[in-house]
Design a protein around this ligand. Structure first.
Ligand SMILES: O=C(O)CCC(=O)C(=O)O
Length: 320
């Protein structure tokens, strides 16, 4: 939570910060800086091109040259590196958004039996379907989603793979649906060994419903992806210093480094649907969550095909 006064900065572009404090006037200067800062965070993507040369002649498409049409400005990438997040409004709109909502509703219906909402528990993460690309072509179409994949390649190099596509559906009800503070790549130890490989992944948290008081915002701690000496408070739902509540409209996304501390705030009065689309360097493993991939999932046909980029994205090759 950022404390900057008795007002809410609503930039009318979907990002809200809840503010509290004693004396508004004292914070006018801070507020102005905050508004400029937030505008940088949410400005629409200004593209640029990036060129990589692979220094591994066995990998890549012949000459080892990769051009990435990055769906972000250089400043936005710097912000992502430093703060660990980037807000994308209107990533999906109109029919494209409806297709995702419908596909997730369909999957929810199909997998409802697997969702256990134990009434004896005070809290739950909600319903978390996994392996989405294997289950519906609408989700498989996200494999090369340029506004996310291009940023993944800009941050981690040309050779990235899918870590997973999962969903989280939370509902209002007697069992409170919210998540504790967490990060997604829990592979860090203390002390850090001399050859420690810092884990990186980009997660696009794609919201299919408006984030508001009814559904619950997502809260993040800017810069926390760089904290290699501590973990988020275990199982905690309590506020953390520097916490920032982010809200987007349906179809918007919050791109985060996988190890940014974050939590989904309680879903109090309306169903909330979101997707998590993740990419890592090719040599990292896919997400272990959700067990083995479904037999005869849709990605198998892609792996049987001859598109090398898709093979690499699905974990076949792209490393030596
Ligand atoms: O629901 C959210 O906003 C975040 C969910 C999340 O990070 C998770 O399910 O791992």
């Amino acid at each position: 939570m950022i404390f900057v006064g008795h007002w809410q900065a609503d930039l009318n572009v979907g990002l809200f910060v809840r503010c509290q404090g004693e004396n508004c006037k004292r914070y006018v200067a801070i507020n102005c800086i905050l508004v400029i800062y937030l505008k940088v965070c949410v400005m629409s993507a200004e593209k640029h091109k990036l060129h990589y040369t692979s220094l591994n002649r066995k990998t890549g498409d012949g000459d080892g040259l990769y051009e990435v049409d990055v769906h972000a400005s250089v400043e936005e990438l710097e912000h992502l590196a430093r703060a660990g997040y980037l807000v994308r409004d209107g990533l999906f709109q109109g029919e494209a958004l409806q297709k995702l909502q419908k596909a997730l509703d369909h999957l929810e219906e199909n997998e409802h039996d697997r969702f256990k909402n134990d009434p004896s528990q005070e809290r739950s993460w909600g319903h978390i379907p996994r392996h989405l690309m294997d289950k519906d072509p609408v989700f498989l179409d996200l494999l090369k989603l340029p506004p996310v994949l291009s940023i993944a390649r800009a941050m981690m190099g040309p050779l990235v793979r899918l870590r997973g596509l999962s969903a989280r559906i939370s509902y209002p009800g007697p069992v409170l649906h919210e998540t504790p503070w967490h990060r997604h790549l829990r592979v860090i130890c203390k002390p850090l060994p001399p050859w420690f490989s810092e884990p990186h992944a980009l997660d696009a948290l794609i919201y299919l419903d408006d984030l508001d008081e009814k559904t619950g915002a997502v809260s993040i701690v800017p810069g926390s992806h760089n904290w290699l000496d501590r973990e988020p408070p275990n199982g905690s739902y309590e506020p953390v210093e520097g916490e920032l509540e982010v809200r987007v409209k349906a179809g918007g996304a919050v791109l985060i480094h996988s190890n940014l501390w974050h939590r989904g705030l309680p879903t109090l009065a309306a169903k909330r649907r979101m997707l998590i689309l993740s990419y890592t360097p090719t040599w990292l493993r896919r997400s272990p969550h959700g067990g083995p991939q479904p037999d005869e999932g849709l990605t198998q046909a892609v792996l049987d095909g001859d598109d090398e980029e898709s093979h690499i994205l699905l974990g076949k090759g792209g490393y030596t």
